[in-house]
Design a binder for this molecule. Structure first.
Ligand code: IMP
Ligand code: MG
Length: 185
């Protein structure tokens, strides 16, 4: 029987390693936001597992919401164009926003979100990403919280997909290039 694991070339972070990283991030965020009005905004769908784990490592009061932006379609690099497909439910006024992302790649998505959400007058806004691929940056942006840096390879699992597949892999792995080399450039 073929499984999703057949298409993985290499494991970058095991479930245990992920748990240790997320625990550390949650502790830091709990300290930094101790006297703030923490509002976690998860960028769907990639950050769903990270968000679920991270919020359980946060020990201070917080509230959450979700938004969704237009994605890559089935490609492996961004089109450079971002749109909000599902917006937040409530006003951001007075909230200390922490945007929770799966991976910071070209930076196009997060810089767009930062600009759009800042305009809604939150008390503060910062970025938290589980993975960072600094080699691929096209816009000048840095996350305030970074779980781990990864090489310039296509990564799946722990919420990250290729063409909507592989999100259910519980660890972080590198996708075999032959899976996407049929893709038109
Ligand atoms: P950016 O706008 O290029 O920074 O892209 C951010 C989004 O692209 C992330 O939220 C992911 O959904 C997706 N992405 C970027 N790199 C990868 C990858 O290696 N695997 C899976 N998704 C990725
Ligand atoms: Mg994605």
């Amino acid at each position: 029987m073929a499984t999703i694991f057949d298409d993985i070339e290499e494991t970058l972070f095991t479930e245990e390693e992920i748990a240790a990283i997320v625990q550390k991030m949650g502790k830091q965020i709990s300290e930094d936001y101790a006297d703030k009005n923490l509002f976690l905004v998860s960028v769907l769908k990639g950050s769903l597992m990270f968000m679920a784990d991270l919020m359980r490592e946060i020990t201070i009061p917080c509230s959450i919401d979700f938004l969704s932006v237009s994605s890559y379609g089935s490609g492996t690099s961004t089109s450079g164009e971002v749109r909000i497909l599902k917006d937040l439910d409530a006003s951001l006024e007075g909230k200390d926003l922490l945007v929770v992302e799966d991976i910071l790649d070209s930076g196009v998505t997060l810089s767009y979100l930062l600009k759009t959400l800042s305009a809604r007058n939150p008390a503060s806004i910062r970025l938290c990403t589980f993975l960072d691929k600094p080699e691929r940056r096209r816009v000048d942006i840095k996350a305030d919280y970074i779980g781990a840096s990864v090489p310039d390879k296509f990564i799946v699992g722990y919420g990250l997909d290729y063409a909507e597949k592989y999100r259910n892999i519980p660890f972080i792995g590198v996708l075999k290039p032959e899976v996407y080399t049929h893709e038109k450039e």
